[in-house]
Design a protein around this ligand. Sequence first.
Ligand SMILES: C/C=C/C(=O)SCCNC(=O)CCNC(=O)[C@H](O)C(C)(C)COP(=O)(O)OP(=O)(O)OC[C@H]1O[C@@H](n2cnc3c(N)ncnc32)[C@H](O)[C@@H]1OP(=O)(O)O
Length: 739
Amino acid sequence: MPMEDPASVESTSDKSPRFFQPVEKLDNGVAIIRIDGPEKMNTISGDFRQEIEDIWSGQIAEDPSVKAVVFISGKPDNYIAGADIRMISATEDKADLKQICMDGHATFDILAKKGIPVIAAINGACLGGGLEWALHCDYRLATTSPKTVLGLPEVKLGLLPGWGGTQLLHPLVGLQAALDMILTGKNIRPHKALKMGLVDQLVDAASLEAVAVEAAASLADGSLKSKRKPKALMNKIIEDTPMGRSIMWKKVGEKVAKSTGGNYPNATAIVDCIKFGLSSSKQAALEYEAQRFSEMAATPESESLIGLFEGSTALKKNRFGKPAKKVEKVAVLGAGLMGAGIAQVSAEKGMTVLLKDRDSASVGKGTSYIMDNAAAKLKKRRMTKYEMDTVGSRVIPLTDEGDLWKRHFGSAEMVIEAVPENLDLKHRVIQQAEQFLPEDCVFATNTSALPIRDIAKASKRPQNVVGMHYFSPVPMMPLLEIIPHDGTSDAAAAAAVDVGGRQGKTCIVVKDVPGFYVNRCLGPFLVETCALVEAGVGLEQLDKVMKSYGLPVGPITLADEVGIDIGFHVQSFLSEADMGVRMTGGNVAVMGDMVEKGFLGRKSGKGFYLYPKGKKGNKGGKELNPEAVSLIKAHQAAGGAGASLANDVIQDRMMCRFVNEAALCLQEGIISSPVDGDIGAVFGMGFPPFRGGPFRLLDQRGAGAYADMMNRLADEHGEQFRPCQLLMDHARGDKKFHT
Ligand SMILES: C/C=C/C(=O)SCCNC(=O)CCNC(=O)[C@H](O)C(C)(C)COP(=O)(O)OP(=O)(O)OC[C@H]1O[C@@H](n2cnc3c(N)ncnc32)[C@H](O)[C@@H]1OP(=O)(O)O
């Protein structure tokens, strides 16, 4: 039975054009078809396909005057952003997606049947099914606009390219480059796309249409031929000889196993599709790809990853509304690691930054950090020299010495304070800055522990004070917690969310409670780390078991990376806060002992692991610090049973402490939705993306089964494992958090 494409159900009766502008037929035989869907982004759905099939059969197929067709976008900043992801999520029986993929091929076949050149004239995002659309075309032009990116990001959704991407890309760019593109989902910028043979020609955005029409006419009259890029000799040996190929596949297998830890089945399916296609007919390969696409769409991993895409897209909207004034000039107080990172991401996104610290030496460290990072990007070609110089010129270094900073502060629109975590110091810097700041200047404070309302007490204008909790290292970490205190105005919160978003961060709004959201959930998780270590679980074993669960690093390495002193400070602070029994079960005193000995983690060369100084800075992290091990021994119970605990028990014990705290945060309104909770956990703590976050995990394992597991642990080990009320409420009847 033919299936219905769910996204198209509503509008099938509406026959007026929605996805394409009227066809423009030129005297030279070139027809221009402008893709211009009803939403901001062009995406491909059943309606989209139906409409182009109708246009083609009604206006192109039978018209002998049409000798070539140019597909160009009517949007200013996107070509096609892929298949409509909502269509994929809304398809209840994912097996139906095989037919949706095959329907796409039927459309491509209709377009190919006339046998005339079809050209993709690409400006803006050309991703997923959008790039597959372009791959089905005979010739591709792309603009050099910074908005133009090409890629197959389906892998990030737990999927694979289902409209021929696994079959059509490698003949153009080679097997290795295609595998790299499809397995990473990375965006390819125009110059790289030309170099690798993904596009045939680059053009300035203003000339795209004219050049595409000319190319189309020349392809039609035979004066222009689309040429494949010749393969380098080494690539020929690797990709086209039996021995080279067998080595290549071995390496690919190893790389996939290492990068996915066996947790992303779609990566293996992608390799299968490409391999299958190399020894099958095109039709069989496309069918196989469509089949595997539908299988991957049915996996919980894909559900989780699509949930994260939808969640992070939803969080791009500012819940406090668009700020009345766009912040262009931001003052950053404190040029340490956090302050310099905040200054960097602000300057990179076009803001003028007043970077202030005590003296020239301190502020100089901050500017060097920014310029060193820019130089590293330049080296990796992720930044041009011009962009690097522009970033540098946007950062104005200021010190307490003299009056210069006072004059500059008179025009600041937002301050982001990132001085050390000391309430008196924070009070002093607010009071000092406020003497010179405009009345309406928002004062954001970056803290991971101090209550925002306490910081705001020193302000003359507490309504302007808002928390912005960045994660370290700021340029790398995607999450930002925005924390309004009870008196923060919506205008100040709106400005904070807007600036955070423009700095490239995904912002979640969190209540002003100890630890906010992410650190609050990490508290019980790290206490459980101590509990397991005390019970005799080895440090390396714990790291290994939690990494295999999907965390980017195990909890022991995490503590070393964050800094044992910082971890101890936050843990002690949370232990004294309002979390009661949930911060019990393990003793964090061992961290205190380590701080006393100066074992602060990577930054001091010794933590739980050793980090001997190498030529390129502190390496290591592989060998345990014997002195830390003997300190820990003093805290371990004799004959602890930890060493014999099964991996899944360790994982459940660790993770349920985090998950329960997340549920309690939702129960208490600390976060406002499961989406915020999932995004916060994945982007802030590294909760395994394929598990989708604590709330998706609960939905997938079933709240009932999860609560039972926790209750069993509570009966055995103590009340710290008892599930919170909201989790119990969901357990009754296995109610889902994500509906
Ligand atoms: C067989 C084929 C399978 C596939 O093709 S699977 C899909 C593969 N494609 C992708 O994964 C691309 C997904 N989209 C993006 O990564 C980003 O978007 C862009 C880079 C294209 C643009 O980013 P930005 O400029 O920041 O815009 P924004 O806020 O992310 O998106 C604007 C609106 O466009 C919707 N949207 C974007 N791509 C898709 C899509 N592929 N399917 C459905 N909707 C999409 C968003 O959700 C949002 O919508 P709202 O304005 O309502 O919040």
